[in-house]
Design a protein around this ligand. Structure first.
Ligand SMILES: [Zn+2]
Length: 144
């Protein structure tokens, strides 16, 4: 089965050490994720791609107990839906990333988290669609 990224330009692909692709404003230094064409702080359009840190700290989290609106959500619905963790991971000196979490067990605010790529669904062409998530550092491997 071929693997394809959930969208172009969200993370480096293919990569043994995936990184999220954000952007950094040359005028004021703010880092955004996802990447943006203009700065949300100073409106400069002098934005450059910026590979984000693979590690951060859990800032907030909750459990997604029901399927989100479709689109953009394209995963299982109804009885096939499995609740999953979502949260914000703070990357030091960069940005807080809204992200899926690989687990809802044993999470605590401030714990070290790392980026992984995980399968999210199978598309109409039979490809495995890969998205990003964060998992506790040293936790059980649920990534690819
Ligand atoms: Zn700026």
């Amino acid at each position: 089965m071929a693997r394809v990224p959930v969208a172009e330009g969200v993370f480096t692909w293919p990569s043994d050490e995936p990184r999220l692709i954000g952007s950094r404003c040359a005028a004021c230094g703010i880092v955004t994720f996802p990447r943006q064409e203009s700065c949300p702080r100073c409106a400069s359009t002098d934005m450059a791609d910026h590979l984000l840190s693979r590690r951060g700290r859990l800032w907030a989290w909750t459990t997604q107990e029901f399927p989100p609106p479709t689109p953009p959500y394209a995963g299982p619905t109804g009885a096939a839906f499995v609740p999953y963790g979502v949260g914000y991971v703070e990357l030091a000196g960069e940005v807080r990333v809204e992200t899926r979490l690989t687990t809802t067990e044993g999470l605590r605010i401030g714990m070290d988290m790392e980026l992984v790529l995980v399968p999210s669904r199978t598309d109409d062409d039979g490809n495995e669609v890969v998205t990003f998530a964060f998992r506790p550092v040293g936790g059980a491997s649920l990534g690819l």
